[in-house]
Design a protein around this ligand. Sequence first.
Ligand code: HAM
Length: 423
Amino acid sequence: MKFKSITGTKDILPHDSIKWIRVEEKLRNIFNSYCYIEIRTPIFEETTLFARGIGQATDIVGKEMYTFYDKGGVSLTLRPEMTASVVRSFIQHNFNKESMLSKVYYIGPVFRQERPQAGRFRQFHQFGIEALGSQHPSIDAEIISITSDIYNTFNIKDFELKINSVGCTCCRYQYRDVLRDALLKVSDKLSEESKKRIETNPLRVLDSKDVKDKEATANAPLLLNYLCDECATHFEKVKDYLDELEIKYVVDARIVRGLDYYTKTAFEIITTSLGSQDALAGGGRYDLLVEELGGQKTFAIGAAAGMERLMLMLEKENSDIFENCQNLLFVITVDDTIRVKALKLANELRGQGLSVDLDFNSRSVKAQFREANRKNSKAVLVVSNDELARGTVTLKDMNSGEQQSVAKNLLLEEIKKVLQKQV
Ligand code: HAM
């Protein structure tokens, strides 16, 4: 019997993991530059944390969670997102005792039992940021600008930032009634899914991708026109900050997000490059979630993005981030009698910070050169007894093909010159 990875999951193979590490490094640098510190929470939590946090009426909780009982009969769920886990940890460890504002980031796997398709997986990876402890609109602007900065930093051209306000309990509940009445009037024109949502989650009908729903709700009332003064003022200030920071955005009153915890600011980053899975990132304020999950009132906002979708974008846009992924040096042994010395030389160079590989199958010099090429080695060292007796090694630049005999005491310097030429 041959085992295969589970539908909707993917191996990140060695030639890809190098790319992932590169991208993750860059993300960590961006987060560090804004003083966000990494948090790592467990991959599974009590089911009720997500059910309460994300909302019973959402697709994630209703249809997509991987839930199981442990041997003690406790219902556990593989995290379908990270925000609820971060908030649980924030409350449990009393982060706000240390500082008024806690800024954290995360990178890791999440699980949703959705129908797999291009850009949509059952195990995928999210990177994200959460800022807990400020209601100031400037933190909304910071979270939004970091999220959009990420795509700029990676030189991604095809993306658009859409922002909206989904109001607070006061204005949203009034609006829900207005919207429900309007939807009931056009219910015969709505998709089956949206008909069901009129009662359970009417706002989601507005961001349905179904053409029938789009046509039927073209003139539906929009929450932006029903915001209370506080929410309207907050939204204006967020936009002012974004304008000052020269962050390009469009206001899209139909953005409602697929999770129930949002209040006020909500935003998404979308692309036209990935077909129907067009969301690269999403986020917003969740000023009620900490209290909802048992903590003290804490204003908060965050965002998360799909790692696989970022990788797809980088590939589509031929990003140069994947070039020169490794400064690999390959040591070629002319025969087995030199093997021990070659191993020692490789270890010396590794100690100097280089990535060094060599052949372990006593292959011919020609075959070793092929292997060095296959591994995209930047340079090759050919080690022979004759040369070592003279205190030299042959260094070949694999890009230009230039070859030279180098004295061992000058080797590191010469290797660095060759590697630098290829940056
Ligand atoms: P979300 O919009 O559900 O938000 O997910 C964020 C991102 O994860 C999406 O924009 C998309 O790029 C990626 N994503 C979602 N589902 C899949 C999938 N099945 N396969 C591949 N990628 C996917 C959240 O999860 C919120 N926790 C964001 C947040 C943080 N809000 C406040 N703080």
